[in-house]
Design a protein around this ligand. Structure first.
Ligand code: CP
Length: 314
């Protein structure tokens, strides 16, 4: 695994939340909280990253992560280059590393990378010059660290704490980088009980999510939960399971208002989006009073500002 820290212990790259301490996670969440503003209030802007260039390299589709990294960098005064990878020389056979070295020659200081292949952000981080940082914006099914941070921040804001809560992560856990990063953050931040809830074919391997309770029955997985984190069915990462029937899945694992009543009365409903309404979650739940889904999106910019401000040296 590529080292994320410099020799002095400061965070240089963010590739995974696994291994970050409670103190490091809390510092990032505290820093992000300083950037949060209610909708309708102008977001904070600064020149903290003036002269720094951030490049967004996304080889998989994205709405939230790409736009919020761009806004985060701009609100901190950085220059931003967004590569349309399907229009870049990658389509002529140029490797990711040659693309990165080219951009490094153009004074890019921070690479934000989303890729379907496991290992790509780490390989880039191991190859760039010492002053350059790499931030994962989603690595295959492996990690989505800024999503894990924004999920933790959202829970902390809405529940006032993370320690002691019961969190159910429901859906396509096997293919979910979101679930893996949430697990690493929430376990380190002392949730009382973490449950992974999925059809048997979509549960993770036995060597993963250590300490989490496993459920193949949604009702049992929801009972008494403080937080219900729903996940998208990721057909693009599936093989045999891609034949999965959406209507049947919704009957067995879809979160409806009736099922939500099994969780605590004030349980928080989350979803990283994009959402398949009527497949993993009913619309009235996604848009209902217990939903924190829009807060998650808003917190994405704040978290990415905090990460950028942390990894870039003053
Ligand atoms: N949650 C998330 O990563 O959304 P995007 O794929 O739109 O970035």
């Amino acid at each position: 695994m590529t080292r994320q820290t410099r020799a002095d212990g400061s965070l240089r790259h963010l590739l995974t939340l696994e291994g970050l301490s409670r103190t490091e996670l809390t510092m990032l969440l505290d820093r992000a909280q300083e950037y949060v503003r209610p909708l309708g209030v102008r977001p904070p802007v600064s020149r903290a990253l003036a002269g720094i260039t951030v490049a967004n390299l996304f080889t998989e589709p994205s709405t939230r992560t790409r736009v919020s990294f761009e806004l985060a960098a701009k609100r901190l005064g950085a220059d931003v280059a967004n590569l349309e990878m399907q229009l870049s020389s990658r389509t002529k056979g140029e490797s990711m590393l040659d693309t990165v070295f080219t951009l490094e020659s153009l004074h890019v200081d921070v690479f934000v990378i989303r890729d379907a292949e496991a290992g790509v952000p780490g390989a880039v981080a191991a190859s760039v010059a010492p002053h350059v940082s790499v931030l994962s914006a989603g690595e295959g099914s492996v990690a989505h660290p800024t999503q894990g941070l924004l999920d933790a921040l959202t829970i902390r804001q809405r529940k006032g704490r993370i320690a002691g809560l019961t969190v159910a992560i429901v859906g396509d856990i096997r293919h979910s980088r979101v679930a893996r990063s949430a697990f690493h953050a929430l376990a380190t931040l002392d949730v009382a009980e973490l449950r992974v809830v999925a059809p048997a074919a979509l549960l993770p391997g036995a060597d993963e999510f250590r300490g989490a309770a496993r459920h193949t029955d949604l009702d049992a997985g929801l009972r008494g939960a403080d937080v219900v984190m729903m996940l998208r069915i990721q057909r693009e990462r599936m093989q045999d399971e891609a034949q999965l029937d959406a209507a049947e899945y919704f009957r067995e694992f879809g979160l409806t208002s009736e099922r939500l009543r099994l969780a605590k009365p004030d349980a928080l409903v989350m979803h990283p989006q994009p959402m398949n309404r009527g497949v993993e979650i009913a619309s009235d739940v996604a848009d209902g009073p217990q939903s924190a889904i829009r807060d998650q999106v808003r917190n994405g910019v704040a978290v990415r500002m905090a990460v950028l401000a942390t990894v870039v040296r003053p």
